[in-house]
Design a protein around this ligand. Structure first.
Ligand SMILES: Nc1ncnc2c1ncn2[C@@H]1O[C@H](COP(=O)(O)OP(=O)(O)O)[C@@H](O)[C@H]1O
Ligand SMILES: [Mg+2]
Length: 212
């Protein structure tokens, strides 16, 4: 379960998003809606503890993440949160498979090549396992970032506009894969978007005011 209380998220001590109270039960999914500039990315990055909150508490599975900083924050994030960024952040010097193994390593989880290969298979990337991420197509890269978000069996998966740039068929495909991946570890999905096509997959909505 994710619980947020008295949150102000922003930069240099100035809030751009305020969220007094928010609860997302484990396994339920929430769409984060709002105009460009309303703070969707800021909120997701704060929940991931990539960005320190200006104030407030973010509690995931009973752990107050905001109290953790540095390596402690990194290791908690790696074990509990999967992130699908708007643009791919992969290590291009190593292969697709090695990128997944690095993700396990970063979380302090035993490197399990069989599990990584199973995820690549499920996401239709087996044939690309030895390629470098830079050589993948856009759709393949996106599936790789979903595999990486899934590999450590997180309780929360955050997606920043994962479907906005896709045509209808690719959008449906990414949504199906995200839901499958979330179901595999009974994770909650929290997806920021202005893409109305995916609304029906989410039980909860969070509308951020402001922005353009
Ligand atoms: N690194 C940053 N430093 C200062 N302000 C930022 C930074 N990143 C985003 N902002 C500002 O925070 C607000 C929300 O941005 P963002 O979270 O990216 O919105 P969205 O994802 O909804 O488009 C905007 O006014 C933006 O200019
Ligand atoms: Mg954004």
């Amino acid at each position: 379960m994710l619980e947020i209380r008295g949150l102000e998220a922003g930069y240099n001590g100035k809030a751009v998003v305020r969220l007094a109270q928010f609860t997302l039960p484990r396994g339920e999914h929430c769409l984060v809606l709002g105009a460009s500039g309303s703070g969707k990315t800021t909120l997701l990055y704060t929940i991931a503890n990539l960005l320190a909150p200006v104030r407030g508490d973010i509690v995931l599975e009973g752990e107050n993440m905001a109290a953790r900083r540095g390596r402690d924050a990194d290791s908690f994030r790696a074990r509990h949160i999967g992130i699908v960024h708007q643009t791919l952040h992969m290590v291009n010097a190593v292969s697709v498979l090695q990128n997944l193994l690095l993700t396990q390593y970063a979380a302090g989880i035993r490197q399990d090549a069989a599990a990584a290969l199973r995820w690549l298979e499920r996401l239709g990337l087996s044939a690309q396992k030895d390629e470098k991420p830079v050589s993948l197509s856009q759709g393949q890269r996106q599936r790789l970032s979903i595999a990486r978000a899934a590999i450590n069996a997180p309780s929360l998966i955050l997606g920043d506009e994962p479907t906005s740039a896709l045509d209808d068929a690719a959008c449906e495909n990414v949504m199906r894969v995200l839901l499958e991946v979330a179901a595999a570890s009974r994770a909650s999905l929290m997806v920021a978007t202005h893409d109305r096509r995916i609304e029906r997959h989410f039980q909860h909505r969070l509308l951020l005011e402001g922005g353009a």
